[in-house]
Write a protein that binds this ligand. Structure first.
Ligand code: SF4
Ligand code: SF4
Length: 359
């Protein structure tokens, strides 16, 4: 296929991706990430905390995008918006609806099937949805989708940063087959520092450097242990994840749009959770759940990444911060929970609500 054919295939492939429901698409050749040195320095500093999948082999694979799927030459990088116009709440926007992994994987596979039909031959390919050992934001920048904001998110000038990234790795040979996009070269953060200033835990050690061990998203979703006590108060009413450094970003404020993807819309039980009373009610509900309630309430939900005991731990922190005496009974019941972390967080919350924990 000549140059014209490669450009034409890229154009038609993008049209197909938009038709499948993706909001942004870019194409890049695989290779060493531009942010590899920054990634190594970040690991060296220990900012990944307990996320062991980022160490050792996981790190090695992330140092070159040709490694995860041997033979792959290109990535088609896809973004799907999830932000919507709902107000802030105790659950991060990405986790309010259905789990996005399977939906986006199937959609990405649809693009693979289309590509094979177009080329009239099998194409070795692999879809990744937030699951592969890939520095996805680096890949997306390389494919022209946006720049790295000072909040470490990838920001697109027309769509902001509330989107899922997925990609289809394909083995296609050289660029004669498929035209690649230019990397997104500009940095449009300028002198803005809103995200750095707004972070409740001061988790940014500098622009584009996040100490994940201080980040509320890590503390409430990834951390499998006790939340360090000095950080608990700063979590406020956040039960699962944190959107603050994205919500303050002018690029999200300007480009907030209605949610197009119904599957990502808030589950009914989260709709009223945005108010203080709604957040407390949700926290109490979580504390009262048993395994069967949890399985039923969060079936197919993106919140399933956290185990029930972790959600209960988070709920104790939230009630310790914004609860009232009316929440003491359910916290008392947690003093007998089988998990010691839940018991300890419940005791902390009770101390806060009764004034015993104050200096
Ligand atoms: S997600 Fe929240 S806690 Fe984490 S860096 Fe952003 S503002 Fe800070
Ligand atoms: S808030 Fe400002 S500095 Fe932070 S990512 Fe957005 S534009 Fe960049």
């Amino acid at each position: 296929m000549g140059d014209g054919g490669a450009a034409d295939l890229a154009r038609r492939l993008k049209a197909q991706a938009f038709g499948l429901g993706f909001d942004l698409v870019g194409i890049t050749a695989l290779g060493e990430p531009a942010t590899r040195a920054a990634f190594d320095a970040w690991l060296e500093a220990g900012y990944q905390g307990g996320m062991a999948y980022l160490d050792g082999e996981g790190a090695e694979l992330r140092r070159d995008t040709r490694r995860p799927h041997v033979g792959a030459t290109h990535a088609i990088v896809l973004a799907t918006q999830y932000g919507g116009r709902e107000p802030s709440g105790p659950v991060a926007r990405y986790a309010r609806g259905d789990d996005y992994h399977e939906l986006l994987r199937e959609r990405t596979r649809g693009l693979h099937r289309w590509l094979e039909a177009e080329l009239g031959r099998p194409v070795d390919a692999r879809p990744y949805v937030d699951s592969g050992p890939i520095l996805e934001r680096d890949l997306a920048q390389r494919a022209g989708l946006g720049w790295f904001g000072k909040n470490t998110m990838l920001i697109n000038p027309k769509a902001g940063s509330f989107f899922f990234l997925s990609s289809l790795f394909v083995a296609l040979g050289n660029n004669d087959v498929l035209d690649v996009d230019d990397p997104f070269a500009a940095d449009r953060c300028g002198s803005c520092t809103r995200c750095l200033d707004a972070c409740p835990t001061q988790a940014f050690t500098g622009p584009r450097v996040l100490d994940a061990t201080l980040c509320i998203s890590y503390l409430t979703i990834e951390l499998r242990g006790a939340i360090p006590e000095p950080l608990r108060e700063k979590i406020g009413g956040l039960l699962y994840g944190c959107d603050i450094c994205q919500e303050v970003c002018p690029w999200n404020v300007s480009f907030t749009t209605e949610l197009r993807e119904e599957a990502f819309a808030s589950r009914e039980e989260l709709l009223d959770a945005g108010s203080g009373d709604g957040t407390r009610a949700l926290a109490r509900e979580i504390l009262m759940m048993d395994a069967a309630d949890y399985a039923a309430a969060f079936k197919g939900s993106a919140m399933k990444r956290a185990k029930l005991w972790m959600l209960k731990r988070n709920a104790c922190v939230v009630l310790g911060n914004i609860g009232t005496n009316a929440d003491l009974a359910v916290l008392d019941a947690m003093l007998a929970h089988e998990h010691d972390v839940v018991r300890e967080h419940a005791a902390w919350a009770i101390d806060r609500l009764t004034g015993h924990g104050q200096q």
